[in-house]
Write a protein that binds this ligand. Structure first.
Ligand SMILES: CC(C)(COP(=O)(O)OP(=O)(O)OC[C@H]1O[C@@H](n2cnc3c(N)ncnc32)[C@H](O)[C@@H]1OP(=O)(O)O)[C@@H](O)C(=O)NCCC(=O)NCCS
Length: 181
């Protein structure tokens, strides 16, 4: 368990998958994150694989009252290169804009730098996703580049911003997390 100010991070349980499928079927979330699971079976397969994949860490985000509100992941972890790609989803939309996302990113990044000993975390975000970009900037991520997209599907035709944060540039809030591993 990793504790933040407003959230706790814990391992994902099989009983969380129903909520995750619900979020994955929400058109607004799909707009920002794409679709993750094609079916219940792919969701269960994802869950079974993630726990044994050394290149992937995924945790559930709980609010202070123990409600499951989202997930946060580090994928494509290159242990030798010391890098990984971050993605985060606050699936409960009534929780958007209340500081949960930036607290989750803050404590997860701190965990990745100081427990997993990674050196750099990067992410991709659609240019139009101003809330997410602001959330990442609050934690210290900086824009590194822009990928111009010419997708086939009009609703996805938003350019992708590449952002990254290096360990030495990360300034954890001193009281930002307490860990009980
Ligand atoms: C992106 C996400 C993780 C952010 O988490 P959150 O809890 O909503 O965000 P926070 O409240 O921590 O921070 C949001 C910041 O963006 C600001 N913001 C909100 N809407 C904004 C907008 N339209 N334009 C600019 N800033 C905006 C807020 O004011 C806040 O900044 P502040 O604290 O300086 O006032 C969450 O909204 C989410 O999961 N969204 C759906 C999926 C998604 O987009 N994931 C990221 C894909 S890369």
């Amino acid at each position: 368990m990793v504790r933040g100010h407003k959230i706790n991070l814990r391992p994902i349980r099989e009983s969380d998958l129903g909520k995750m499928m619900e979020w994955d079927n929400d058109s607004e979330i799909i707009k920002y994150l794409g679709k993750k699971f094609l079916s219940w079976d792919t969701c269960v397969t994802w869950f079974n694989r993630v726990s044994v994949n050394r290149g992937h860490r995924a945790l559930a985000i709980e609010s202070e009252d123990g409600r499951l509100i989202g997930t946060i992941e580090l994928e494509h972890i290159e242990w030798r290169g010391g890098r990984g790609e971050l993605s985060v989803c606050i699936g409960e939309k009534d929780c958007w804009g209340r500081g949960y996302g930036s607290d989750a990113v803050q404590v997860f990044v701190n965990f990745a730098f100081h427990r997993l000993h990674l050196d750099q975390i990067y992410l991709r975000v659609y240019r139009g996703n101003a809330r997410a970009i602001r959330c990442y900037q609050k934690v210290g991520f900086r824009k590194e580049g822009l990928l111009k997209l010419n997708g086939r599907r009009a609703e996805r035709d938003d350019d992708l911003v590449l952002m990254s944060l290096r360990r030495e540039a990360f300034r954890p809030r001193l009281d930002s997390h307490r860990e009980a591993m």
